[in-house]
Design a protein around this ligand. Structure first.
Ligand code: AOF
Ligand code: ZN
Length: 369
């Protein structure tokens, strides 16, 4: 009989497994599954890249006959519907597992408790809510898209010791060191999409890809808030648009008979020809954009600046998670102040931890639910 401590330990392993494919399974969540027999892990599975097969059949295949009488730990309730693959609940029953422990119940209307019911009806012992907080965090993008129709939004900011994000008129300033920048590249790898404002795109000419060795193929879709389509054709973003998708979000025309000037239409055609997708949206309503992104399957969005983009999302109450990196140097005169103030954070965010990256620190905040 597994103790509560065993349940926590094996669920933590399932959550860690799920992390391996974060950002690669959209619109499906990246679920982890661990099968344990007599205290020993006999099968491991994670939702495959692209979303299928699901985690459970892969873990069961690895466990083989050992699955009989075993316990399956799954980060999300096993599915009960015939979707693109047969129900995982049926596969667990057929394999003869004795017990299934889940972290989070699936909000997908096709499942929503029916997976657990199926298991119970087949005489399997069922437990749920184990490491639920951590499980919800790991599935945050999927859960947000399912329940609110928008992606889970993380804001990443790097500020100097005196709270500045850069200096006016200068491009990127080295605020944080190599270790913090590596952490940001991981964040990119785990996100479905990354967003910046046109000011940052022009000033910094960033590539916004993940360049960590071995993870180069995990770059997120790159999105630029670009009201007037000013994104330069020679920018790194445009030049790499055929390798990693770029979406330029322009303002919606005010009415159907709006005559956008010829220059706008020419820029639009040129971006189009360079492989950049142009999306027109009401930029006064950031939630409209988020909904449009969710309908394209984007479940997690990383906002990387600048100050205006960050402020728009914060003011609209659309930031769920903040990673605030702080470097030891001072910018002083001419500095651009951080768009996130202590009062933003005290109004609705909880501090969930501090980590060190070389000489830099990173404070992590989550929106209170
Ligand atoms: C599981 N295990 O590993 C995942 C699940 O389009 P389909 O047929 O793949 O179904 C997508 C739904 O399957 C998704 O909304 C969620 O309910 C569930 N995802 N379920 O049992 C998994 N990724
Ligand atoms: Zn399934």
């Amino acid at each position: 009989m597994a103790s509560a401590a065993d349940d926590v330990r094996f669920m933590a392993e399932a959550i860690a497994l799920g992390h391996e494919h974060l950002g690669l399974t959209s619109t499906n969540p990246s679920v982890g599954c661990v099968i344990v027999k007599d205290g020993v892990v006999v099968g491991r599975g994670v939702t495959a890249v692209g979303g299928r097969p699901h985690a459970e059949p892969q873990a069961l295949a690895q466990a083989g006959e050992d699955a009989r009488g075993a316990t399956a730990y799954v980060t999300l309730e096993p599915c009960s519907h015939f979707g693109k693959t047969p129900p995982c609940a049926d596969a667990l029953v057929a394999a003869g597992v004795a017990r299934v422990v889940v972290s989070v119940v699936d909000p997908d209307v096709r499942v929503a408790g029916r997976g657990l019911d199926k298991l119970r009806l087949a005489g399997i012992e069922v437990g749920s809510g184990v490491l639920e907080k951590e499980g919800r965090r790991a599935l945050a993008g999927y859960l947000m898209r399912q329940t609110n129709g928008r992606p889970y939004v993380t804001l990443k900011l790097a500020v100097s010791a005196d709270g500045m994000i850069g200096r006016k008129g200068q491009g990127q300033l080295p605020i944080t060191g190599a270790a913090a920048r590596e952490r940001v590249q991981f964040l990119r790898a785990e996100s479905d999409a990354i967003l910046i404002g046109i000011g940052t795109a022009i000033a910094d000419d960033p590539e916004l890809t993940c360049r960590l060795p071995g993870l180069e193929d995990r770059s997120p879709i790159r999105i630029v808030l670009d009201e007037e389509l000013r994104l330069p054709l020679e920018s790194k973003l445009v030049r790499t648009a055929r390798e990693v998708p770029v979406i330029a979000v322009a303002a919606e025309p005010p009415s159907f008979d709006d005559n956008r000037d010829d220059a706008f239409m020419t820029r639009r055609a040129a971006l189009d020809a360079a492989g950049v997708e142009v999306l027109q949206c009401n930029l006064q309503q950031p939630n409209d954009l988020l909904r449009a992104l969710a309908s394209r399957g984007i479940s997690s969005l990383l906002v990387e600046g600048g100050a205006r983009a960050a402020r728009n999302f914060l003011d609209a109450g659309l930031i769920d998670h903040i990673l605030l990196f702080q470097g030891p140097a001072t910018i002083g005169e001419g500095g651009i102040e951080s768009p996130v103030t202590p009062s933003d954070i005290s109004a609705g965010f909880t501090h969930v931890g501090t980590s060190a990256f070389g000489a830099d620190r990173c404070d992590e905040y989550e929106r209170e639910l």
